[in-house]
Write a protein that binds this ligand. Structure first.
Ligand code: ADP
Length: 227
């Protein structure tokens, strides 16, 4: 049975005011189920980052409802949104943004420590993910000692270590060669399916998009299936 995790209804987002205003999302609707991977493919400037920022609680919509795991987020205060962002949402970017002075295990364990786990628990969670992603032998390597694909797998592990409900990714394999990109994407897909995350992944790569459950685009401010 389908179980919506991320739900956006009647979302409006307009930048600026008056005659210079720019409406990016206009009564936009999107629902992503548990374990579902949705590709977001749209030309530059269409509003992909805006949509990811809204879903990631980094921006507020001007109107509409946004729920994560049934919790209405648009009415929450900033502290509660920050907490939700930390615990319920994982982000993966095109560039890994790992901390250079920490090794792979420490980078992955950090969000767990921030969330209140002790070091032993955090290291155990990190090691489990390192194994799951096939990079257990790289645990004590710093980002500069890892390949691009390994760095990105560490970034994915860091994004999911707190067991978020939603995973948001912006061109997660955009910086990798095609075969590494396939490898990293397979790891990402596997994690989403096995953990029941709801994933929204912006990409320009149509071959990757075709491997997801469905593809949406942004047209005239609406989120519509890409045919
Ligand atoms: P994409 O990620 O698809 O390239 P964006 O969501 O970054 O698109 O941007 C959509 C449109 O909104 C662009 O025309 C951009 O210039 C505009 N825009 C984005 N952020 C702002 C902002 N803070 N203020 C004004 N305009 C913005």
């Amino acid at each position: 049975m389908s179980e919506p995790i991320l739900q956006m209804n009647g979302i409006n987002r307009t930048y600026g005011q008056g005659k210079n205003s720019l409406t990016i999302l206009d009564d936009a609707e999107l629902s992503i189920d548990r374990g579902e991977l949705v590709a977001l493919v749209a030309p530059s400037g269409a509003g992909k980052s805006t949509l990811l920022h809204l879903a990631g609680l980094l921006e507020r919509p001007d109107a509409g409802s946004l729920t994560i795991g049934g919790v209405e987020c648009s009415k929450l205060n900033d502290d509660k949104r920050t907490r939700m962002r930390r615990l319920d949402i994982g982000f993966v970017y095109q560039f890994h943004h790992l901390l250079p002075e920490l090794d792979a295990r420490e980078n992955i364990a950090l969000p767990q420590l921030i969330a209140g786990s002790n070091k032993q628990q955090a290291d155990a969670s990190a090691d489990k993910l390192l194994s799951h992603l096939g990079i257990a032998k790289r645990a004590t390597h710093r980002p500069s000692q890892l390949s691009g694909g390994e760095q990105q797998r560490v970034a994915i592990a860091r994004a999911v270590v707190n067991k978020p409900k939603v995973l948001l990714a912006d061109e997660p394999t955009g910086n990798l060669d095609p075969s590494t990109s396939d490898l990293v994407f397979d790891a990402l897909t596997d994690l989403v399916r096995s953990t029941g995350l709801a994933a929204l992944i912006a990409t320009h790569n149509h071959a990757l998009a075709a491997q997801m459950d469905r593809t949406v685009t942004i047209e005239d401010g609406k989120i519509v299936p890409l045919s």
